[in-house]
Design a protein around this ligand. Sequence first.
Ligand code: NAG
Ligand code: NAG
Ligand code: NAG
Ligand code: NAG
Ligand code: NAG
Ligand code: NAG
Ligand code: NAG
Ligand code: NAG
Ligand code: NAG
Length: 887
Amino acid sequence: MHFGQSLILICLVVGLGAETEVLTGTPLPNPPRANISQCALVNDNDRYDCIPRGNATQEICELRGCCWSETKAGIPPCFFQPKFLSYKFKNITEKPDGLEAYLERSYKSIYPNDITVIKLIATYQSDSTLRIKIIDPRRKRYESIFPEKEINTPRARNPLYRLIIEKDYQGFKVVRVSDNTNIFDVSDLANFIYSDQFIQITTNLPSTYLYGLGEHKERFKLQSNWTTYTLYSRDTSPLPNTNLYGSHPFYLCMENSTKSHGLFLKNSNAMDIIIQPSPALTFRTIGGILDFFIFLGPTPSDVLKQYQEIIGKPKMPPYWSLGFHLSKFGLEDLETTKDYIQRNLNVGIPVQTIWNDLDYMDQANDFTYDKKNFNGLPEFVDSLHEQGRKYVVLFDPGVSAGESEGSYPPFDKGNELDIFIKNSSGQNLIAKVWNPVSTVYPDFTHPKTFEYWKLMMKSFHDDVAFDGAWLDMNEPSNMIQGSLNGCPDSELETPPYLPNVLENSLNKKTICMTAKQYAGVQYDLHNVFGISETNITSKVVSEILGERSLVIARSTFPGSGQYAGHWSGDIGSNWEDLRYSIPQLLDFSLFGMPLMGADICGFFGPSNEPLCNRWMQLGAFYPFSRNHNSKWTHQEQDPASMGDRVINSSKKALEIRYTLLPYLYTLFWQANQNGSTVARPLLIEFPEDPNTYEIDTSFLWGSGLLIVPVLEENKNSVATYLPKGVWYNYYTRKILRSVGEVIDIEVDDETIPLFIQGGQIIPTQDFKPLTEDVRNSDLTIVAALDENGNANGMFYWDDGISIDVGKNYTLLSLKVRNGTLSVDVINKSIEEPPKIKSIEILGLDESFNQRILHQRQYDYVYNKERQNLMIQNLNINCSSSTSLQWS
Ligand SMILES: *[C@@H]1O[C@H](CO)[C@@H](O)[C@H](O)[C@H]1NC(C)=O
Ligand SMILES: *[C@@H]1O[C@H](CO)[C@@H](O)[C@H](O)[C@H]1NC(C)=O
Ligand SMILES: *[C@@H]1O[C@H](CO)[C@@H](O)[C@H](O)[C@H]1NC(C)=O
Ligand SMILES: *[C@@H]1O[C@H](CO)[C@@H](O)[C@H](O)[C@H]1NC(C)=O
Ligand SMILES: *[C@@H]1O[C@H](CO)[C@@H](O)[C@H](O)[C@H]1NC(C)=O
Ligand SMILES: *[C@@H]1O[C@H](CO)[C@@H](O)[C@H](O)[C@H]1NC(C)=O
Ligand SMILES: *[C@@H]1O[C@H](CO)[C@@H](O)[C@H](O)[C@H]1NC(C)=O
Ligand SMILES: *[C@@H]1O[C@H](CO)[C@@H](O)[C@H](O)[C@H]1NC(C)=O
Ligand SMILES: *[C@@H]1O[C@H](CO)[C@@H](O)[C@H](O)[C@H]1NC(C)=O
């Protein structure tokens, strides 16, 4: 059966022009002058820039066959006329799972080496996912080596989309069948360019509600006022309008109908993405191919699941990594490190994991520790383990190249295996990072680097039994430009189009674009350096530990979530960056990296008490919760150093976090299984309520918990939007029925407002200072009833460390219907799961039948005013299904 047939509207091949081959090398003609009456048809907002990032003059513009008329600032004066003849479909062939077509260029573009004949391959991947790949049929071009997840064989039976080729053969579009919304609208190919180092394509968008396209310091909803988002991995402290550490060419779009779709461009080259108000979105990449995956949703959580089918679902984190982490750059010796932790433990901060930055290393060299200042480190790490705590250290990708021969195995062994990145003349590329003299970088795409990295990590682990790896500087960062020898003159170093990268240079703060790796040149591989290191480190550390590994990486790419979590880098210690930490967190939820957090209390610059007080409260609800500070601030910011108020706030918020660990861990398991979100934007939970589309000052954990942090100084109230439905104040258990409205919440200095959504069941355990003790403590099931008295939830439980997730675990489905809680055992672990000690029902009006509770001799308390019922001193074994009735 040819499922594809119904998808194309036009007749095939018939009537297409003569099949004359345009030979490579045959120069294309220059375009004719633009037609002035055609130009006059174009609205300001619909202009496609014909001189991007150039100095536009009328003369240059006209030579390009484009239209010229100056208008408002920021709007291109030189633009393409409608249906300017760029490429035209030449022939189209239907395939069982899609179609293949050839397109041919008519006139020269403004960039060298136009690819005159290109091939479009559309694959109906599934009912909801369409892939459109555009390649050079004659010469293989670089294609991103990540994400590396195998893509399922296509199988579409009843697609939600239709691919339409325009009747004039000068465009195509993807529409949603159910309502004819244009999802990917390239119906005018006017500005389409496919040259060797410049590829540009524009799609008209059905709405301006766009999200994703990171990593940036930006609100959650992206701007569309001729805004450029540049993707090029870069070591810099986060500023607006700047390319940052990671590159994620993925967006989510909410349509007017409240349906949604997503689009992923699998391309790892540097690129600009421009969003203009019409609205339209332009991709401009300087290499690789176009390889689009279009996800039809229709809900935003469907879109994210479909996206993660392609890039891979997030890794299951070790249970302990959901505890609180304490870190600081500038813990200059072991005594300082010990004091730092001890003072926090002394005041009752539940520090689960201790981190050391570069300080622990000898001369900032990987796989060493400073035997003088950190004398006794191995024994210290052993003692942490005996206490039930964990230890994580920083690794840089760069290896010291300046040590004397025979004194530093990481350099010698790397040379022996010949796995370091090479410069254009084939010798080790010498750079400079933190190491005293110079630095070389392992090529993480080289087949021997796994063995190398494992050998190095293992021999270090034999000394210092670290539990997790913190991957810094992997953009890769370099403190000199390019290399010690500079970079050669090359079209790769200075391409014909330079995206809007920081400092207007591709090789500033990194290595030369001409550097050679096993999988290609840095020009193509730059944005995947981080993920290639993370891919290997994640497996290496698990193999060394024989357990799930914790890896936190700075530079990320689609698919990184399969291997690691992320922190938002060197942010400032100020209220603005506190606020921006939420959209950053939510972006990484879209990117399939739920294990994410910002440095609590900020990294750069001195923090202060009021800020740190609110930041510890919010940070307790980052999925990855770590207080980390810079060495240069001269202001301590760990809770213990900040005085009573911050200590009180931190303990209060962290104790809540710890009692909710079973819920958080269950959410991570669901993300790992289904690609659902952990820290969830409101619009994902309430897509039918457009009031949620711009919210990025509050967020949810799963469906159950709404977190409304205080983000301004001297504030004891916060106004927040509460979507329609039943909510419960976490602290008072008081019921709030919202019609979908903004409410004002009064709040004291030591509290972060939290709400439970009616209809959700939240598994909780006892607060204990160590995560392992929480995991083994008794359960309290909190059922928050919706307006019909129903609620649902899940509880996932395993040993917290097994690599093989899904082999030995307990999974309970929890349900309240008609005054009865049922606990269904879906799967049972070998070991007995915790017992249910109590059940709390929220939103139960007093008309319920207390006789049953008496009859069964339950120990219970009903609070009439708060309408909550607490049934306690139960001892319910969860190895078999059970139920409990109260009315
Ligand atoms: C545009 O003009 C400015 C000033 O003359 C010059 O510095 C810059 O290099 C030009 N930019 C381009 C892309 O030609
Ligand atoms: C389509 O055109 C391309 C390029 O000219 C050619 O190689 C190919 O054989 C044609 N395919 C069909 C089915 O005509
Ligand atoms: C979506 O809604 C906006 C605002 O009402 C409107 O301007 C726009 O034309 C609509 N888009 C479509 C595709 O209907
Ligand atoms: C869009 O940008 C222009 C130029 O920077 C500015 O004048 C205008 O106010 C902006 N419009 C909106 C809606 O932000
Ligand atoms: C990811 O790591 C594995 C080794 O664990 C390796 O075999 C694979 O090639 C790596 N993927 C890429 C794209 O480098
Ligand atoms: C490559 O590195 C070697 C050794 O560091 C150096 O001598 C050579 O000049 C470099 N080549 C280039 C093109 O930078
Ligand atoms: C912190 O909590 C303690 C114990 O509850 C209390 O005595 C103290 O007053 C609190 N300090 C501040 C500054 O709120
Ligand atoms: C199964 O999991 C339990 C804890 O959940 C653990 O104690 C036990 O060792 C595991 N058994 C196997 C065979 O993996
Ligand atoms: C719940 O109770 C109602 C009324 O007593 C009854 O109609 C309904 O079938 C019950 N539902 C279940 C699932 O037991």
